[in-house]
Design a binder for this molecule. Sequence first.
Ligand code: BGC
Length: 371
Amino acid sequence: MVDTSSFGSYEPIMPLSSSVQKPQEALLFTLSNPAMTVRLTDLGAAIVGIDVPDRDGAFEDVVLGFDDAASYYPDGQGTYFGATVGPSANRIEGATVSIDGAVYRLPANEGSNNLHTDRVRGLHAQRWQAEVYESADRIRFAYTLGAGVPGSDLELPGERAFTVAYELDGACLRMTFDAQTTAATFINLTNHSYFNLAGQASGSVADQELQLFAERFLPIDDASIPTGELRSVAGTAFDFRTPKAIGRDIEAKDEQIARGSGYDHCFCIDGYEPDDGTGQLPEPRLAARALDPASGRGMELWTSLPGLQLYTGNFIGGVVGKGGHTYENRGGFALEPQFYPATPSHPAFPNAIFTPERPYRAVTEYRFFTA
Ligand code: BGC
């Protein structure tokens, strides 16, 4: 059985329905097998902890996070630790999305642009319905937006039934994201986990190695909006085609590094083919491989999605997380599989408009190993 316990209570500031009671009590679910233990909460359908072994069998929690629900909500420091972010993850230029000629306006919460939908109302800030199964290694979270309750649409069209299933398969944590909509709508979900393969409280990840299966990345303007160019990584600080320490080029004299204050860019994962529109579960591709050479803990990230945002925790310094540990800048790296940021501004980017006939489906796997 999945183990269920209290994760403490929190006060929703702007609930999407007047029937939501305050305070809310969030739950903590623990899934475990001999290879790994994963802790999840229904608040934001989020990953709270992932314990995996090093080469000597010593387990450590390798994702950043907090000890209780009240620390996750409100997301005062904007970390989005472990959360399911949506319905619009990452940035929307001008905070507007056009769909079939109609213009939808999201909150301008980062200058004139939108980041991660809304800090206190986005999917990461909602309590999802948990569906626990007989088996010890699977759970599914469900949440519906825009089901007739005023204000519950988060400014985008369609009644949208979202589900996120988490399942353990040996040393693999598989996430399956689905959304059915009643009208054409924009959907870009991600899981926003930050990894530190030496252990979440072990300091800088600069010496951990990363390989990205991406020939190209998306350069950004000075507001962090992709310009539309798909630029070759060859000869740049963004070349992770062979494994390299995350810190090696992170201070490079490079306009793109300066604009992101380090890495905060989307990589175009090689080999993306748009889905065939039938709603078949797409095949994940190998997007990233990370390794902590000291402990031998490693992880591959496989995903069906076209993009992978690498964010090296450039602004998380001072956030007090699990066990009272104060994170430092670059104390974790987020790998966020998603459609490209600012997709609505760039018609040539892979299409993230979904319809009743073209439901949203995505699969992401974290496959842990030791070396
Ligand atoms: C963004 C960063 C942001 C972080 C936390 C990432 O997805 O790319 O710019 O600081 O999320 O909100």
